[in-house]
Design a binder for this molecule. Structure first.
Ligand code: SF4
Length: 702
């Protein structure tokens, strides 16, 4: 028997065709009909059947380490939350969610905390991955709308890959790019990345810029477009606003292009070659990811890129647009339901009293939150300060993944109530839990996810839940019922939640919002089970979904025009010092996922890289007396990291690269998060994870 589902790893959202055996997933292959991957799977996706099973799973509810019944565990969570709210108010409670949760899980969690508990202290690990891109889109378009689709990668004539090691982190999209380049020899690929990554194998031009100079590079491009008289005046006049202010801000940054090139750490000829290519090509896709977002000026980085597309009118038609790629399988679904502290629901936010009232009436919510809550880093700082007294972590591992993880661990240690719902039993975070709730894993879940091109796909249950595991939406709803909100959380099946979410997307909408899937408001269980992948918005005008947005030049700002955002030069916040002289870049490996809770369960995925490491260039290795393969220590006042030295020509002098995956279970001394300072983008709240500062030395100097 075969069942179609969706890969739980990256934001590409590949369709998976799972072959079921006797109580097991015998084999997986790519779903040939799924428009994201057309039958392809990368090494992570194709090993999904190897990481299942009950080994390492959390199988029963635990309170204070003791096994209890579900009823007792849920009663205890509800009781403790109610006591905390009564004593300290709604803002003393927080939820921390995950881009791995399904949209239905996210919807219910968001509804409970914002609508019924009455605080917006709900954030998600997606804050660490794409919140700067969200803020950039909202500033420019008035909405969090990805304008492009994957087909655009094949229809373009110039792919500008910025801060994205696509070959490792979105491998199926990289395969599509490779195929597109084979088919269209005129397609040019530019990679903007301080490191020479595997993605550069496809590049016609590699701009190995200094880390943290992305916005200056693109502001320079905007200035070039203007000074060379390459602006699409008709588009700018009819469909945009704020052009002059943005040009002034861009032009004031540097006295000359040579000065800019030096600032970015590249030669002038390379810089100009890129600018000429961009300006001379009508179909340009700027494809950007964590290298752009994980910066203390991540939102400005996004807008600097978007500004160049608006100035040339390169948006809204096949093969053109600024295309932010999400890292996680359901980062987009979380955004749809408002699963970030600065969102409300269905692409509405707290800036509009009318929207707050509308959502409150729709939910019949007695106590709807009125203002933004705390974002990830600030949220755990508030836990440490004792301002938040109850935190519920769902399906994520902040004790490994957030900056200054030792501080996060201390905060969790001190917090009076820590609830963790997770499918795995031994994450770093679960060690701090007073109450552990076993959640279903990927092969057991049933619901929807949305990928980076706005495509909603079904994740379908392949196997029965392990042990006593329950679905996240069920766990949250049962707690909500025990808190006195039985009517609002009376869900029996995820299709009911999806239908409610769809109805809210169109509730008093009048076509004023980008996110509208209200055609699904009355979806039945049968239709939900059979739902085929579809890109939102799904409206009467576009009942089969919408591939790309803004073809008509209409945006979701009050004026209907896209906004240029003036961007000024910004240096990273974690600048090197004499004591911490190296810039530390962090990122994913080809074969691992996040903190390895799943991918760490099969030896096959360790054959590519099997232990924590530090990449550095030959000159730095010589300077520090480090030889290939020896253990090195990275130090920072917050903590240490130990890994094996990999000496490479791919790394710029003065810069190091460390993988993000290893943690306590695999290597207690290789948590890169201990070295990152809790520095964030002031607009998006996204941590500056690509620009730490550290010292390096051989662990056992000869
Ligand atoms: Fe899964 Fe991403 Fe690989 Fe596709 S590219 S199979 S979604 S990890």
């Amino acid at each position: 028997m075969h069942k179609l589902t969706t890969c739980p790893y990256c934001g590409v959202g590949c369709g998976v065709d799972a072959e079921l055996g006797e109580g097991v997933v015998a084999k997986v292959q790519g779903d040939k009909e799924h428009p994201s991957n057309y039958g392809r799977l990368c090494v992570k996706g194709s090993s999904l059947h190897e990481v299942l099973g009950t080994n390492g799973r959390l199988l029963s509810p635990l309170v204070d380490g003791q096994r209890v019944s579900w009823a007792d565990a849920l009663d205890r969570v509800a009781e403790e939350l109610l006591c905390t709210i009564k004593e300290h108010g709604p803002d003393s409670v927080a939820f921390y969610l995950s881009g791995q949760l399904l949209t239905e899980d996210y919807y219910v969690a968001n509804k409970l905390i914002k609508g019924f508990i009455g605080t917006a202290n709900v954030d998600t690990n997606s804050r660490l991955c794409m919140s700067s891109a969200v803020a950039g889109y909202k500033r420019a378009f008035g909405s969090d709308t990805v304008p492009c689709c994957y087909d655009d990668l094949e229809q373009t004539d110039l792919l500008v890959l910025v801060g994205s090691n696509t070959a490792w982190n979105h491998p199926i999209l990289f395969q599509r790019m490779q195929a597109a380049k084979r088919k269209n020899p005129d397609l040019k690929v530019v990679v903007v990345d301080p490191r020479r990554t595997a993605t550069c194998d496809l590049a016609d031009l590699h701009l190995a810029i200094k880390p943290g100079t992305d916005s200056e590079l693109f502001s320079g491009l905007l200035s070039y477009i203007s000074s060379e008289d390459l602006v699409n005046r008709a588009y700018v006049t009819q469909f945009t606003e704020g052009f002059n202010e943005a040009i002034s801000a861009a032009s004031e940054q540097f006295n000359s292009r040579a000065e800019l090139a030096e600032y970015c750490g590249i030669d002038l000829a390379t810089l100009e070659q890129f600018y000429q290519l961009f300006s001379a090509t009508d179909k340009v896709i700027s494809f950007y990811s964590q290298g752009v977002n994980q910066s203390s000026s991540g939102t400005d980085n996004s807008n600097a890129i978007i500004n160049c597309h608006l100035a040339t009118g390169r948006i809204g038609y096949p093969g053109a647009g600024p295309f932010s790629i999400t890292g996680q399988p359901n980062a987009m679904g979380g955004r749809e339901v408002g699963g970030l502290a600065n969102q409300l629901a269905a692409h509405m936010d707290f800036s509009s009293a009318e929207a707050i009232d509308r959502v409150g009436r729709f939910w019949d919510a007695p106590n709807i939150a009125q203002a933004n809550g705390l974002t990830a880093v600030n949220l755990f700082q508030a836990v440490e300060k004792g301002e938040i007294k109850a935190v519920w972590v769902m399906g994520t591992n902040p004790a490994v993944s957030l900056p200054n993880t030792n501080q996060v661990s201390r905060a969790l240690e001190e917090c009076p109530l820590v609830v963790v719902s997770d499918c795995m039993a031994s994450t770093e975070t679960i060690r701090y839990a007073d109450i552990c709730l076993p959640a279903t894993g990927w092969s057991e879940k049933n619901g929807t996810v949305t990928n980076a091109e706005r495509r909603i796909s079904r994740q379908r249950g392949l196997l029965p839940p392990s042990g006593e595991a329950k679905h996240d939406w069920w766990i949250i709803s049962e707690v909500a019922k025990r808190m006195g909100y039985a009517e609002a959380f009376d869900y029996q099946h995820p299709y009911q939640i999806f239908a409610e979410h769809a109805e809210l997307s169109g509730f008093e909408n009048d076509g004023k919002r980008d996110f509208d899937i209200s055609l699904f408001s009355d979806i039945t269980e049968t239709a939900y089970d059979a739902l085929k992948p579809v890109q939102w918005p799904v409206t009467n005008d576009a009942p089969y979904g919408t591939a790309r947005m803004f073809a008509d030049g209409r945006f979701y700002t009050p004026s209907g025009k896209a906004r240029f955002i003036p961007v000024t030069a910004n240096k990273p916040k974690q600048l090197p010092t004499p004591e911490l002289p190296y810039v530390m870049n962090t990122g994913r490996l080809r074969d691992q996922w996040h903190t390895m809770a799943m991918t760490g369960r099969t030896s096959r995925l360790f054959s590519h890289r099997d232990e924590p490491f530090v990449e550095l260039c030959q000159a730095d290795a010589q300077k520090e007396g480090i030889v290939e393969g020896e253990l090195v220590k990275l130090s920072h006042p917050q903590g240490e990291y130990i890994g094996r030295a990999r000496i490479t020509d791919d790394q710029r002098p003065g810069e190091l690269f460390v993988p993000m995956h290893w943690n306590g279970e695999f290597s207690a001394k290789a948590r890169m998060g201990v070295l990152l300072e809790p520095v964030t983008d002031p607009i998006s709240g996204q941590p500056e994870s690509k620009h730490g500062r550290v010292a390096i030395e051989a662990l056992n100097p000869k």
